[in-house]
Design a protein around this ligand. Structure first.
Ligand SMILES: [Fe+2]
Ligand SMILES: [Fe+2]
Length: 265
């Protein structure tokens, strides 16, 4: 099987994060020639959630699949869109009654990429157990995908590391999202699954995981409610580039892609 590349972009935060991604995408395409681009969009609507208009903009820019997380339902007008559009995913282990679905398959150049969105259970409000749902998703994708990418959206590093080992040898990649800070542990596990605990975020590094730092600090220091806005300082793109192996559902490499926004973003 011919190796392909998948660019996975960490949580896109606010309009600035969106402009950072869209501004860098042409040069990233030129440099890496990814067959697929997958982006986590759970913070793109002013820091919380996503709207149909913003999802359409990402798709129009060439993003193949959008994954989400705990902020999925913060914008009401996305609910119907989540049911209608195959290529936008909320965590698969949310309740079945909640809008949307947790996996999909996209095809390009005769390669079928399955993408699965999962939410951790530790310190997160996902309605169903994540490990059992990972098995169910892989069972559903059994004959349908040549490669599988899992976005494990979770707070606890232990749960993400555990999921990486649990799926090692069964999927092409397990990438962690949600904490917005990139970790230094990107590697291919012995079974052939590319893994990183957290990809990071695409947005303002000058804040506190996306929020204006003076507001975040005030909330933490005073223990009083504070209205949060998205920071406008020092936007960066945080992503990983995954190179698949010769065999189905195996990776040969994963490398962090950490870049400041293009000038004028
Ligand atoms: Fe996030
Ligand atoms: Fe999150």
């Amino acid at each position: 099987m011919r190796p392909i590349k998948v660019l996975f972009v960490g949580d896109v935060v606010g309009g600035l994060g969106k402009r950072t991604l869209l501004g860098l995408l042409p040069s990233l395409r030129e440099r890496y020639s990814p067959t697929f681009v997958v982006a986590n969009g759970e913070n793109i609507a002013g820091g919380i959630g996503i709207t149909p208009r913003l999802a359409d903009q990402l798709f129009a820019a060439g993003v193949d699949v959008i994954t989400l997380g705990n902020h999925t339902y913060r914008q009401r007008d996305i609910y119907a869109y989540l049911d209608e559009r195959r290529e936008i995913l909320r965590p698969a282990n949310f309740l079945r009654s909640q809008p949307g679905h947790g996996w999909c398959v996209v095809t390009r150049d005769d390669v079928r990429l399955g993408v699965v969105s999962l939410s951790g259970n530790l310190f997160m409000d996902a309605g169903r157990p994540v490990f059992a749902e990972a098995d169910a998703a892989l069972h559903a994708l059994k004959e349908q995908a040549d490669h599988v990418l899992v976005d494990m959206h979770a707070e606890a590093t232990s749960e993400k590391v555990g999921m990486g080992w649990y799926l090692d040898g069964r999927v092409t990649a397990v990438v962690g999202t949600h904490t917005h800070v990139p970790t230094a542990d990107a590697r291919v596990l012995p079974g052939g699954t590319a893994y990183i605990t957290d990809v990071g975020m695409t947005g303002p590094r000058g804040g506190v995981i996306g929020v204006k730092r003076e507001q975040a600090i005030e909330a933490m220091a005073t223990k009083m409610p504070v209205r949060f806005e998205t920071s406008t300082e020092d936007p960066w793109l945080n992503a990983v580039l995954i190179t698949t192996g010769d065999a189905p559902r195996r990776a040969s490499a994963i490398e962090p892609v950490l870049e400041p926004a293009a000038p004028g973003t």
